[in-house]
Design a protein around this ligand. Structure first.
Ligand SMILES: Cc1cc2nc3c(=O)[nH]c(=O)nc-3n(C[C@H](O)[C@H](O)[C@H](O)COP(=O)(O)O)c2cc1C
Length: 367
């Protein structure tokens, strides 16, 4: 890796050129309609942050069955495609690039949050018992026991991911990120806690990663490998997923197989500063080397740590979550070493513009 690389250099990601090496990390903000259609304030929010080299959107449901949370957007119907178009256009008009994060929530869901007729399903009929799900109607609720997916459910769900990816391209996105982290459906297959299947989608490492690889393969078949990235969270501790024995082998094997499919990037999550166990640096390096293409590193970065990790070769791009949430002009601020706004945690998931599109940019905060 280029020893002189810096955060503010351009970067060639597959067929697109990024204006710098910062990535806006995917962040659910729950500003869509009750029927999961993106809203005009989302255009402002993403356009304000188009200075990122690459924006990865909030988690977007690829299927009505994957809508676990209230007011998250989807990409499974025509209305949603139409509503995303002004968002991707606004980002492109400002010179930015944008991938949609496809997030199927699997068992991390509640029927009150889901469209009528949809089903909470997962690899095994095991509820996430340590987590609650917020609902607009009745506040926090226990999570239901999911339906164990049949082979035909699995096939259909993989097709839904591929179809949503096609929709994403139709809506103007530069690509998609498969959300295989943080305890959602794809990781529910990877982890033996949530996957106790005895068929070819469970058991061995090869079995537990089969769903992830098939989703990747079929998505690539529809939109091309240069438009498909994936997010993984080894040592994940969110949504009732725990570190498991053999996980280093599992994630290194998966990274190698994803590299063979030639995915455009691997986005590595390390949530140790949010309470998860730290991902050992050796595992990050092993996954990077096994994968072979672009690696995005994320979790608790500021400018200096990002520069250091780019220079020492841990990753090629660095994602910033909360810093982008609270600083639409994060790149400019980091360039100038200017102070950062802090996020307002009370408005992370509330409807409306407050705490969403009203964070000040540099000139405004200086007056
Ligand atoms: C409000 C909020 C919502 C998030 N939603 C998502 C999400 O939809 N998908 C995802 O992969 N990660 C999600 N994350 C995790 C972030 O992408 C990121 O990994 C995390 O904030 C750590 O990075 P940071 O220290 O730069 O904030 C979310 C984080 C926050 C703060």
């Amino acid at each position: 890796m280029n020893a002189n690389s810096t955060l503010f250099d351009t970067y060639q990601l597959g067929n697109i050129q990024l204006s710098n090496k910062t990535v806006m990390a995917p962040m659910t903000r729950s500003r869509s309609t009750q029927t999961h259609i993106p809203t005009p304030i989302m255009t402002d929010y993403y356009a304000q942050r188009a200075g990122a080299g690459l924006i990865v959107t909030e988690g977007v449901a690829p299927s009505p069955n994957g809508v676990g949370y209230p007011r998250i957007p989807g990409l499974y119907n025509q209305k949603q495609i139409e509503a995303w178009r002004p968002i991707t256009k606004a980002v492109h008009d400002k010179g930015g690039k944008i991938f949609a994060q496809l997030m199927h929530t699997g068992r991390i869901s509640h029927p009150l949050n889901m469209p009528e007729g949809s089903i909470v399903m997962a690899p095994s009929a095991i509820a996430a018992s340590t987590t609650k799900m917020y609902t607009d109607q009745e506040g926090p609720q226990d999570l239901p026991t999911p339906k164990e997916m049949t082979k035909s459910d699995i096939k259909k769900t993989i097709e839904e991911f591929a179809h949503a990816a096609k929709n994403a391209i139709e809506a103007g996105f530069d690509g998609v990120e498969l959300h295989a982290a943080n305890g959602y459906l794809i990781e529910q297959f990877i982890s033996p806690d949530s996957n106790q299947r005895t068929d070819e989608y469970g058991g061995s490492i090869e079995g537990r990663v089969k769903f992830a690889l098939e989703v990747a393969e079929q998505t690539i078949a529809v939109i091309g490998a240069e438009k498909v990235g994936i997010r993984l969270s080894p040592y994940g501790a969110f949504n009732d997923i725990n570190p498991f024995s053999g996980q280093e082998e599992t994630f290194t094997y998966l990274a190698k197989k994803l590299g063979e499919l030639n995915l455009v990037y691997l986005h590595l999550v390390d949530h140790s500063d949010m309470g998860a166990p730290e991902v050992p640096r050796t595992l990050k390096e092993e996954m990077r080397d096994a994968f072979g293409n672009t690696v995005i590193i994320s979790g608790g970065y500021d400018r200096d740590r990002a520069e250091n990790h780019l220079k020492d070769g841990l990753g090629h791009l660095v994602a910033f979550g909360k810093p982008f949430l609270a600083n639409p002009d994060l790149v400019e601020r980091m360039k100038q070493n200017a102070p950062l706004n802090q996020p307002d945690f009370d408005t992370l998931y509330t409807p409306g513009e407050k705490g969403y599109t009203d964070y000040p940019v540099l000139e405004m905060s200086e007056v």
